[in-house]
Design a protein around this ligand. Structure first.
Ligand code: FAD
Length: 442
């Protein structure tokens, strides 16, 4: 039974990762939730079961799952990655732990499996219904009417939350309203997914790591799957991806730049030719909600703030959105218009992780291979062990805590100022001592 006065019927558009998790949070509060999803039920035989790609889930995602009692089940299927394994062009491997605390790891999870589990969790709750095969095609905030392409269905709703991803149809409605700021920024890089299958039933590389081939202008990463394969993602400028257009060139390029991986990819050429190129976009939109006399519409997850994947935070951030919206509902007594207004405070955080994710691309494709970078990381971990709780790296704060992203940025900036001031003081002391010595000599 709901602890609140009014049980709302909430319509969520998109039964992806964030839509399903939000449905669980809302159902737990006693609300009735209807999810509209354009795809067919991925749990049914014959349905599009999604690509076998994976993602890294870390502290924010795990915290959200834990609040719903889903963490053990999800992590049970995941593979812990306590660090990065760098592959140099000559095949040399270097393992770099993510944290000074060897117990900390990010977790590789099959995206389609996670979605199916979250669908199971949501539909097991009373009051949750998923209507598959319903693609939202129109939303009229003046009337509260939603239109779907499935047999020209129209429904009327009072509270609609768009969890329909980076190309959100719900967001398109908000964008059309006066007063809404919107931008989308595509990287000139695309990505292509490839695979390293199991070898004789075993992982062909060390499974306890996120593998990286940093190559300056390009980069490939590989995450382990429970079936002992790896999903590789090659990031490269679009024109370069397209220029690799015949089998000979594909084989030659991989043999030159990714020799050790190439040996483990028997299907490299057909996979490269068949797999589509994905786009990488940062979406910014403000506000994320609108309330009219007829309805309230809000956005969560990628629909509100799609980011590039280089910090492994998109889904984690979307899951944290659900925790934050749940908190806003607590603070407003489940008054959805006010809760969605309060939820706008999260934009300060999502703007920061959007920036950090873009910055991390440079780090991953360029810097992680350098000795200087690795020495810096070792020094950082030594400092963390020396000053526990007082010196905490940015990566640690982002991936292994739930500290708000904006607070992390403030903390790191403060520390940089302190280090710069200390450096300047040391320099000044050196100059003063030098001048004093020179004066004595004269
Ligand atoms: P989505 O997952 O896009 O789900 C949206 C849902 O809405 C889908 O089910 C879709 O079918 C449905 N839908 C869309 N339009 C409509 C419509 N008009 N009507 C009805 N339904 C609709 N994040 C991490 O945390 N860690 C990682 O390691 C990571 N790696 C990534 C690697 C790559 C290459 C990419 C591209 C992303 C990665 N991400 C990662 C980001 C992560 O995938 C997204 O942030 C996450 O999937 C967002 O979830 P969502 O539910 O908001 O949107």
């Amino acid at each position: 039974a709901s602890p609140y006065e009014e049980v709302m019927e909430v319509t969520i558009v998109g039964a992806g990762l964030v839509g399903c998790l939000l449905a669980c949070f809302l159902a737990r509060r006693g609300h009735r939730v209807i999810l509209y999803e354009r795809r067919d039920d991925p749990r049914e035989r014959g349905a599009d079961r999604g690509r076998s790609i994976n993602l890294a889930v870390s502290a924010r995602g795990i915290d959200a799952l834990r609040r719903l009692g889903l963490d053990r089940e999800v992590l049970g299927e995941a593979i812990a990655m306590p660090g990065r394994m760098m592959h140099a062009p000559d095949g040399t491997l270097t393992f770099q732990p993510y944290s000074a605390d060897r117990g900390h790891a990010i977790h590789s999870i099959g995206r389609a499996d996670l979605n199916r589990r979250l669908l199971d969790a949501a539909t097991a709750l009373p009051g949750v219904e998923v209507r598959f095969g319903h693609r939202l095609t129109g939303l009229d905030p003046r009337t509260g009417d939603l239109e779907f392409d499935s047999g020209a269905t129209t429904v009327r709703a009072r509270v609609v939350i768009g969890a329909d991803g980076a190309r959100s149809a719900v967001r398109a409605t908000l964008q059309a309203l006066p007063g809404t700021d919107f931008s989308q920024e595509y990287l000139d890089y695309g990505y292509k997914e490839l695979s390293i299958p199991a070898r004789d039933g075993a992982f062909a590389m060390e499974p306890g790591a996120l593998h990286i081939w940093p190559r300056g202008r390009s980069m490939m990463i590989a995450l382990p799957n429970p079936d002992r394969s790896f999903t590789c993602t090659l990031f490269w400028p679009h024109d370069q991806l397209a220029a690799l257009d015949d089998p000979r060139r594909i084989s030659a390029h991989f043999a030159e730049h990714y020799a050790d991986a190439c040996d483990l990819m028997p299907d490299l050429v057909p996979a490269y030719q068949a797999n589509p190129v994905g786009h990488l976009v940062t979406v910014r939109c403000s506000p994320w909600h609108v309330t009219t006399a007829a309805m309230t519409v809000g956005l969560v997850g990628d629909a509100a703030h799609a980011i590039v994947p280089f910090y492994g935070q998109g889904a984690n951030c979307g899951f944290q959105d659900c925790v934050e919206l749940d908190r806003c509902l607590d603070e407003t007594g489940d008054d959805f218009p006010r809760a969605l207004e309060l939820f706008e405070r999260r934009k300060a955080d999502t703007d920061v992780i959007a920036r950090l994710a873009l910055d991390n691309f440079v780090e991953m494709r360029d810097k992680v291979g350098s000795r200087l970078f690795l020495a810096g990381k070792r020094a950082e971990h030594a400092l963390e062990r020396l000053l526990p709780g007082r010196y905490v790296s940015q990566y640690e704060l982002v991936s292994f805590t739930t500290t708000p992203y904006a607070e992390i940025e403030r903390r790191v900036a403060r520390r940089r100022r302190l280090v710069a001031a200390a450096g300047a003081a040391v320099l000044a002391m050196g100059v003063t001592a030098g001048l004093a010595r020179a004066a004595r000599r004269r």
